[in-house]
Ligand binder design. Sequence first.
Ligand code: SRM
Ligand code: SF4
Length: 562
Amino acid sequence: MSTPVAPSAAPQVSKNEVLKFNDPTLGGTLGEFLQDGSLDHINEEDEQFIKFHGIYQGDDRDVRKTGKKYIFMIRARVPAGVVPAAQYLAFDSLATQYANDTLRITSRQSLQWHHVVKSGLQKLVKGLNDALVTTIAACGDVNRNVMAPPTPSTSALVDQVIADSKRVNEALLPKTEAYHEIWINGQPLKLDAAQKQAFVDPLYGRTYLPRKFKIAFAIPPLNDTDVLTNCLGFIAIADPANPSKLLGYNIAVGGGQGMSHGNAETYPRVGDVLGFITPDQLVDAAKAVLVAFRDHGDRTNRKHARLKYVVAEKGAAWFRAEVEQRAGFKLAEAKPYRFERQGDLFGWHRQSDGNWFLGVYVESGRIRDNGPLQLKTALRRIAETVGADYRLTPTQNLLIVDVKEGQKAIIEGLFAAHGIDANRQVSAVRHNSMACVALPTCGLALAESERALPVLLGHVETVLGELGLSDEEIIVRVTGCPNGCARPYMAEIAFVGRAPGKYNLMLGGNRASTRLNRDYKPSVKIDDIPAELRVILGRWKAERQPGEGFGDFADRVLLPKS
Ligand code: SRM
Ligand code: SF4
């Protein structure tokens, strides 16, 4: 590409802004890269463009000492986590052919393929397209995968919320044709420089958003999507006289998790509820919030470019007026609602139509065959044999849905044949846990996370066992750095990676996922964690009020008054 020229009106903007300005189609030279058999990796500029196509370039950090091995991560958009059986089979086969034979359920109900090398890159994306799935805007300065409650139909309201989340997802997709040309047709976008310059996305404009933008839906009292951690949250409000009828949504703005160690200007934040909208106002409201962010987000400093900082610094009332002006209508006053808990349901449950669904625990979302535990093969065989659809959850688990009474035994049998007890109940702590990917694929990881989760959960379980508290539920989340990909700042206990083998210990989130946790002890060595747990969990046992959850206890007793 030619040397970028900064837009003269805004000379101080960040490098990414210049890149977007110079090629608003977001194609870069990705088409040329795919056609050039001599290249195994992309240049720095294309590294930014390819994110808008749902792909990250990285290197295998396990083998860095012996040389750099370029690998790609591909992330699909899976709105509301809904995966029909045929699609799942395509995902499974693509993982075996072009990735590391695993599928990774993400904390936003999508799927990732890891360790893809250049020769498999286009084939995998094209394979997803053939299965009617896109990776466009799964990453980049755009709206990401829209989350919605994964629990299958328990009422007409649930169905409507899922349908609404898909409408919003669709309405906020970028319109560049570069994605199709490069990944599906396998060629560069056939536009000259002037034609590229002339492209302006009708919603995002020429330079897209200042940073990523995230949306989730939730249905109180269950906060299974961690809705208040999103830039924009839609909280479904049911008609009190008819709980299966949707009245509309309270909208919450300015939530987020990411921060940087030692930079007090970055922080996690819980969203503010701005007001109430009716279902027919949904898409216009979503667009108005997105465009208000587009117009007011910081384009000079990417660490300060999220919507949460706009709302925190200018105030919710100011932002509400900006949204109303763009939407062309006033928001009504927010309706009362209450969240009581987060998390997934495990084991068999009845749906409202008489069918069943099965909640399956997937340790940190990694679907793989691991010795005698052959989860990947089992899920493939179930999709082939029963044709049951899957739903991915925001806590990195999986639901098998719409199962007929007569199919339950077949599913249990297929799991058993692959070393898994479908009715197996792991500990409550394990069920409520999450870990981000971290090493070896994440270039930003400071410590292990997914691979450290079993050890860390083992420590928590051992100490709870010693105290006779094995059945207690505690929300434990782990990340390899402070970016917050497993939403650690909402957990009752969080381990946030600081350096190899060292984690900041944070305490005090609540079960409804409406309160941020706080620092308890920085940089605790992994070997010292059992001793720390003995102190804090021991005090919980001895001093808690009747029924008091660990996070509430920690917030009340173990942490300084906030
Ligand atoms: Fe994330 C960056 C993985 C959910 C905050 N995240 C990354 C990257 C792409 C690393 C990078 O930029 O080089 C990670 C790729 C790791 C790998 O090897 O696969 C990564 N994030 C993930 C996933 C896969 C974690 C998981 O284990 O499930 C999640 C994918 C979600 C999806 O399907 O779209 C994931 N990331 C989140 C969440 C949680 C959420 O959205 O609910 C957050 C916190 C919420 C928020 O955005 O505030 C999150 N990821 C970040 C940040 C910090 C952003 C910030 O503004 O502070 C980064 C770093 C960045 O963007 O520069 C990041
Ligand atoms: Fe990587 Fe940090 Fe996100 Fe974990 S939290 S996946 S280490 S960026």
